[in-house]
Design a binder for this molecule. Sequence first.
Ligand code: GLN
Length: 474
Amino acid sequence: MNLNQLTIKDAKEGLQQKKFSSVELTKACLDQIEKHNKELNAFLIVCKDSVLEQAKKVDALLASRSEAWEATPLLGIPFSMKDIYSTKNVRTTAGSKILDNYIPPYNATVYQKLIDAGAILLGKTNCDAWGHGASTENSDFGVTKNPWNKEYVAGGSSGGSTAAISSDMTIFEIGEDTGGSIRLPASFCSTVGLKVTYGRVSRYGAIAYASSLDSMGPIAKNVYDAAYILEIIAGKDEKDATSSPNNVPNYTDRLNDNIKGLRVGLPKEFFGKGLDTEVKQAIDAAIKTLTSQGTEIVEISIPSVEYGIATYYIIAPSETSSNLARYDGIRYGNDRSSFGDEAKRRIMLGTYALSAGYYDAYYKKAMQVRTLIKNDFEKAFSSCDVILSPVSPTPPFKIGEKADDPLQMYLVDVYTVLINLAGIPSLAVPCGFSKDGLPIGMQILGPQFSEEKLFQIGHAYEQATEWHKQKPNL
Ligand code: GLN
């Protein structure tokens, strides 16, 4: 196995046992980026010199003392981030030409926590500009191709992040999910991705899309790694008033807990019209696996599902129209003429929904429906522990297939946006492939702060299946 293919756990063990150095591990990732990034366009920014320099320092440190692991659990492990995180002295674009030349003067909390833990930054990955999209086709820096079939999209908006993981250019990634942007590309590229409970991870320094929905989370090669990263990045942050003071469990400690007896809810509305048969078959097979592991299946109902897209596409554009107002050309680089079409569309939609006379009819109504959606989930969780659902109604689609039809693109989010509106966590895990060899994913969702349980189920499922171990033929 090449070093760039390692998980965090294996990379760390190898470094601890001095089987290889941090420089060797980093070089393996940089080589893979060099080989495949031109074609895939997963990375926008590669910090080649600085990451190698840091790896050298780590190797020197490890040569002189070996106990460095206690305080720095990710020492010498190369990683990458969706390009929406402020990284001091490293260019940060949010996938938009507006920020083409923007160099942040400070670090996002998530990034700071990772570098404090010893991780070293390989670079920043491509995304739909401002997180607006489901295919990375709205990036002002070109589309990211799907490593499993380069004629297909990698999903979005964190498409560069998941393509980087599935093509083994990086050891782990941090994405961002406002309405599905971690889970959808995770399922399109066959990686694990977690949308956390709103407030579980600080949003400080992450370029805002829609502030009441934005969730920062890991994208990884398996569930263990995702749990491990969350232990490090979660927690209260003085710089983000919406971050939760709830205790952060050691998620990896209880990963092997028995899932026997857990009740898995299947919302009947999620399995009806519009769901691709191959996706349905993959989920059905996953249900069988989970039942054979002792979980109990219960049918539940989330009646508000049909209002999810309409509600989300009022609230998210409203918030983004407000957040994007600061890019006026005075404080950050380029002026408003550099906004792409999708950003302009959302600014117009949001401004309209928030304007006097329409506020009550659109924004306020959407907020009321949001409460009903939240109530639906709360009610559902009185009869089940977690809910199982498809991530996307179809396998990945072709580049260009939906690019000219925004509504078709929005409909891809039908199973993901509800979770952000309700503020609950959801773990996406690979669960199969279409007959054309395209990845299919499922999501396991639970009540607020139930990440530990989601990891346990995802981990148990991984023990019984091989999907997460498959590699694309680059
Ligand atoms: N596809 C959704 C949108 O365009 C979700 C994006 C996201 O989660 N950042 O809004």
